[in-house]
Design a protein around this ligand. Structure first.
Ligand code: GUN
Ligand code: ZN
Length: 454
């Protein structure tokens, strides 16, 4: 039992107002006039009815005058989880969208990524992408960096400095027949991955972790894939890569790995499908392959902007859900041109509607379901749902304070609206002007407090 002094020091902030989040059971739970308390470790200490203020203030030892009251048109929702973003590609986001995947990689992506040997350039781009995504409400990001270990470590440092929860992957590739200087030897890739993991873990950043990152099967030899599977297992680490994004890519995988039954089988054989794996795209996976995802606990990152921008395909999210495969949303910058997860929400809804146009039997996703994918779904896909994704007591307070009628913002409200309408308007029409504060593990990270040089 805590004494009253311990209790008072254990609560760092209390909010009162409307909270909107998802649970396993319901895509949308709206809790009006509730009190949410955050403890000194940034964890949710309580979320209860506003009428319980007196009891809660006594039990937890805070003064009712310290409570932050949300104003009209405001609500608090969980932070957005971007399950797949290439931090290094942010420099050309919004351009170069005129080619299919393999040509796009060779023409634009590999030449740009090779510049990240230059740490000054890396610092500039990585500071920009971390700040931009935080402002847009991405409290957790799963990043691809480049093959360069020191620049990848710098990305980890920058995410930590700005307070973003992040997985950072040093990209591994020992095969590149087009841009020949942008690859590693097998030895280098293994040794540098081990150095990257050791040095990042050694920094003891509370919210930043390494993720083992074979780029995708066509840019890795079978030997490297197997070694990376072993490294992930030995260190109990997350794994990320790409799968079945585009038809030409799938054909190439068949040619390069003739002994494998499917693209999924390539990763399975090399021990790269675990319950800590997230694979981007999966547009063309068969039902049999989805069963393997389900059985291994591996998840998918749905990246609709990229899927459309590179004319890769359209993932049938409903079918993925039917197979009970964990699923989150990703921006996939710069194949996806927007770094905002609000765009990923909108493109997910659009893609689902296209599937309904093609097949009227298809059951279109609702905005409530997509809201869950962008928050709790993302945290499940990254196996972080014991720590973040919604407002359960004991989880970290990763949250957005949203004002739908923010002055100078993009939304006009003609009349007071109910919370569900406010959320729908924000998801469809809102932007960073509506995200007035962002919290990660209880710390206010937006507006920025650090002096910025960018
Ligand atoms: N497959 C392999 N590398 C990439 C990449 O950088 N972006 C996308 N969209 N797909 C990939
Ligand atoms: Zn990608």
């Amino acid at each position: 039992m805590l004494n009253s002094q311990e209790r008072s020091s254990s609560i760092s902030s209390v909010f009162r107002g409307t909270f909107i989040h998802s649970t396993r059971e319901t895509a949308l739970q709206i809790r009006e006039d509730e009190l949410l308390g955050v403890d000194a470790d940034g964890k949710i200490a309580f979320i209860e009815k506003g009428a319980e203020l007196d009891r809660l203030s006594q039990t937890f030892g805070f003064s009712p005058t310290e409570v932050t009251q949300l104003v009209q048109h405001e609500f608090i929702m969980p932070g957005l989880v971007d399950t797949h973003i290439h931090a290094s590609q942010y420099s050309y986001a919004g351009t170069a969208l005129d080619m299919p995947l393999l040509q796009w990689l060779n023409t634009y992506t590999f030449p740009v990524e090779s510049h990240f040997k230059d740490l000054q350039f890396a610092r500039r781009v990585y500071s920009q992408v971390v700040k931009r995504t935080l402002r847009n409400g991405t409290t957790t990001a799963c990043y691809f960096a480049t093959i360069h270990t020191d620049a990848s470590l710098l990305l980890g440092q920058i995410a930590n400095d700005f307070g973003q929860r992040a997985f950072v992957g040093k990209v591994c590739m020992d095969r590149n027949n087009f841009v020949k200087h942008y690859k590693e030897t097998n030895q280098e890739s293994q040794a540098e991955t081990c150095r990257f993991i050791a040095e990042l873990l050694n920094k003891k950043y509370p919210l930043v972790r390494p993720v083992v990152t074979p780029r995708f099967a066509p840019s890795c030899t079978g030997a490297l894939l197997g070694q990376l599977g072993a490294i992930a297992k030995k260190n109990n680490l997350h794994i990320q890569s790409h799968i079945s994004e585009n038809i030409e890519e799938i054909k190439l995988v068949k040619e390069l790995f003739p002994d494998s039954e499917s693209y999924t089988d390539v990763y399975l054989k090399h021990n790269l499908l675990t319950d800590k794996t997230v694979m981007a795209h999966g547009c063309h996976l068969s039902d049999e392959e989805l069963v393997v995802f389900r059985e291994t606990g591996a998840s998918l990152s749905h990246c609709p902007n990229s899927n459309i921008s590179l004319c890769s395909g359209i993932l049938n999210v409903r079918n993925v859900m039917k197979h009970k495969v964990k699923l989150g949303l990703g921006t996939d910058v710069a194949g996806g041109y927007s770094s905002s997860m609000l765009d990923a929400v909108r493109r997910t809804l659009d893609s689902s509607k296209v599937l309904t146009i093609q097949d009227p039997e298809h059951v279109t996703l609702t905005f409530e379901e997509v809201f869950r994918l962008a928050t709790l779904g993302g945290s499940q896909a990254l196996s972080l749902d014991d720590q973040t994704g919604n407002f359960e007591v004991g989880k970290d307070f990763d949250a957005l304070r949203v004002n739908v009628a923010a002055p100078g913002g993009p939304i006009d409200l003609v009349q007071p609206e109910k919370p569900k309408i406010l959320l729908e308007k924000f998801l469809n029409l809102g932007d960073d002007r509506n995200i007035v504060e962002v919290f990660v593990a209880g710390r206010k990270v937006v507006p920025f407090t650090e002096p910025t040089t960018e």
